[in-house]
Design a protein around this ligand. Structure first.
Ligand SMILES: [Zn+2]
Length: 253
């Protein structure tokens, strides 16, 4: 008996993960294997040798300031609430909307220079349900992981799966309305699902300009995306519930 109990204890001890790291700069190489080689002090070293200063994160900076001029360090300012209950987010809590342009320009290309198109590949999106392909960036693992999301969604009941197609878009060389910075769509690393199930903060501004939170995106779809490195726009105060973008550095644990 004692031997069996000891083995049980040992197995339990071995299954406890080593102290889980908070998402931070140090997780970039594992989030983007093959693209980000290492972190040296405050410098991100890409696999092709390109070096990028991670900058600093000024605690006194305003929300708008960070949105428009985020350093790589700023990208980790707000911890993405992976797997949390679907509740209205606190004011200006937009985890993932602080994006460093230089980092993503180097990872995926600059669409205004025609660099992103070269990296786009076709991913069959719910081929058993919708039968069409979407175009997504193959660098950094975005396209491969979207393929995995598609396979998972295909197994969901139709009533739930219906919110995932027809899609409203993937690649589009455009900026975000309230920041002027490139959207993740400009990198081919985001997807907007079925518009008919979508809610967006700019459509729902209530009296006194207060944002009224609303969501109709099923939890099963959100969970599937989050399992494969995509964050969801419905976890933002400035919410966009059809929007998912590939940000594995915010989900790595
Ligand atoms: Zn979107």
């Amino acid at each position: 008996m004692r031997g069996v109990a000891a083995i049980g204890w040992l197995m339990a001890a071995l299954s406890v993960p080593a102290a889980a790291a908070e998402p931070s700069l140090s997780l970039l190489p594992q989030a983007y294997p093959g693209a980000v080689a290492t972190i040296a002090d405050n410098t991100i070293v890409f696999a092709d040798g390109f070096r990028l200063d991670a900058g600093s994160s000024n605690p006194a900076a305003s929300f708008q300031d960070i949105l428009q001029h985020a350093s790589v360090r700023d990208m980790f300012r707000l911890s993405y609430p992976l797997g949390a209950p679907l509740l209205p987010p606190p004011v200006d809590f937009d985890p993932g909307r602080f994006r460093n342009k230089a980092f993503f320009d180097h990872l995926y290309g600059d669409c205004r220079k025609g660099e992103v198109e070269r990296n786009l590949v076709a991913v069959p999106w719910l081929p058993l349900s919708a039968g069409r392909s979407v175009y997504v960036n193959q660098r950094g693992g975005a396209a491969a992981h979207l393929r995995e999301v598609s396979a998972e969604l295909e197994r969901l009941p139709l009533a739930i799966r219906r919110a995932a197609y027809p899609i409203a878009g993937t690649y589009a060389c455009r900026s975000v309305a309230d920041s002027g910075q490139p959207s993740m769509h400009a990198y081919g690393a985001a997807i907007d699902l079925n518009l008919a199930y979508s809610d967006y903060w700019l459509w729902q501004a209530g009296r006194n300009g207060a944002i009224q939170y609303r969501n109709r995106m099923p939890r099963e779809i959100i969970d599937a995306f989050e399992r494969h490195g995509f964050i969801w726009g419905g976890r933002w105060y400035h919410y966009d519930t059809m929007h998912f973008e590939y940000r594995p550095e915010l989900l790595a644990r």
